[in-house]
Design a protein around this ligand. Structure first.
Ligand code: SF4
Ligand code: ZN
Length: 356
């Protein structure tokens, strides 16, 4: 059969006629290495312009985990913006023996290589607890909520506090297209309209001096392409194993479901993202309602972070865990109950370390 007039030839790069090394089914696009890299980097910069993520001269703090997303983010921010912006990184040590130490080492190495100033902040120093202590207690007590929800709340608290401390104008995270689409679908399934309203390439629905705006320059970049880009560019990142507590995350189920759809019907993820962008103006608070939202905020009695309640979510969670820990008659038994983490699935990638 004759090929359709104007149809692309899958075996040759659509830009230069060299051999195709990567196919992006949603386009479809067929690229050689050089033209995939150009396509990838152009989209990254376009997202920054389109959503006005930051301006020249602004100070950007990057939340670096050592995984592929944040390492690619750091690399690109450094490559394109370090002349006009001050770029630094914060690395959070949640206290997960083995896994976290290795990822932190990788994160520090890439900062040293690129000469990006960085700071490591530990859960232990900030909250007096590590994930290795927290998680068995949470896993054995479903009333306390999910492991990653807990960990994410503590991490967001640290990120915001340190972004203010370093006088950063923006805090950049490695959230990618897959993360955002998963969050959107999760919010529908959980009927979490409040959380859905806050989703965006920039965080939050109000401007408040107590919050440093979080930005997501990889908002429109599919995860698979980040993996391909990191491999092609030889960007160091940690991928050997993921957090032993990640198997509990409900998000893993959504990830699998959406990946199946994307594989069968390429472009599904972009459709979902565009749908969200279309409804966003309809569901976000009106300008006239914002002052009321700002007025409702005050400082957490314990740590000073902005909150609507007496204590911020992180301090409230830490208090709850301390109480539960006291209450549990046989704390030692719970904390050493290692089979709680044995459902650990090596095939998972750590998808929730970004504080979403
Ligand atoms: Fe925290 Fe990520 Fe581990 Fe969940 S998977 S507990 S968010 S480090
Ligand atoms: Zn607090």
């Amino acid at each position: 059969m004759e090929p359709k007039k104007g149809a692309k030839n899958p075996s040759i790069c659509e830009k230069c006629g060299e051999k195709t090394v990567i196919t992006l089914a949603y386009g479809p696009h067929y690229f050689c290495e050089k033209h995939f890299i150009t396509f990838f980097e152009d989209r990254f910069r376009k997202t920054i312009r389109k959503y006005k993520l930051f301006k020249p001269k602004e100070k950007i703090l990057i939340a670096l985990s050592g995984g592929k997303d944040s390492c690619v983010l750091l690399y690109l921010m450094h490559k394109y913006y370090s002349k006009n912006n001050s770029i630094s990184a914060i690395i959070i040590d949640e206290g997960v023996k083995g896994y976290r130490n290795n990822a932190i080492k990788t994160a520090e190495d890439i900062c040293k290589e690129l000469k990006v100033p960085h700071t490591v902040v530990e859960f232990k120093k900030e909250f007096g607890i590590t994930n290795d202590k927290l998680m068995p207690l949470i896993l054995s007590n479903p009333k306390l909520g999910g492991t990653c929800a807990f960990c994410g709340t503590l991490r967001r608290n640290i990120m915001n506090k340190y972004a203010k401390k370093f006088k950063a104008n923006k805090l950049a995270t490695g959230h990618n297209l897959d993360d955002e689409v998963q969050s959107f679908v999760m919010n529908i399934f959980n009927n979490d309209f409040e959380r859905m309203k806050r989703m965006s390439a920039t965080s939050g629905i109000i401007d408040h001096e107590g919050f440093v705006k979080r930005i997501k320059p990889l908002y429109e970049t599919p995860e698979k392409e980040i993996i391909a880009y990191a491999a092609m560019k030889g960007i160091k990142h940690y991928s050997q194993e993921c957090c032993p507590y990640s198997w509990t995350a409900k998000r893993n189920e959504y990830r699998e479901m959406i990946n199946n759809f994307e594989n069968r019907f390429p472009g599904t993820e972009y459709s979902i993202l565009r749908f969200y962008e279309n409804i966003k103006p309809l569901i976000r608070p009106k300008e006239k309602d914002k002052p009321k939202l700002i007025l409702a905020l005050h400082e957490c009695k314990n740590c000073g972070e902005p909150t609507e309640a007496e204590l911020c979510k992180a301090c409230e969670m830490i208090n709850r865990i301390k109480e539960e820990s006291k209450k549990s008659k046989n704390e030692k038994k719970i904390l050493s109950n290692s089979n709680l983490t044995q459902k650990y699935n090596k095939k998972l990638t750590c998808i929730t370390t970004k504080g979403s």
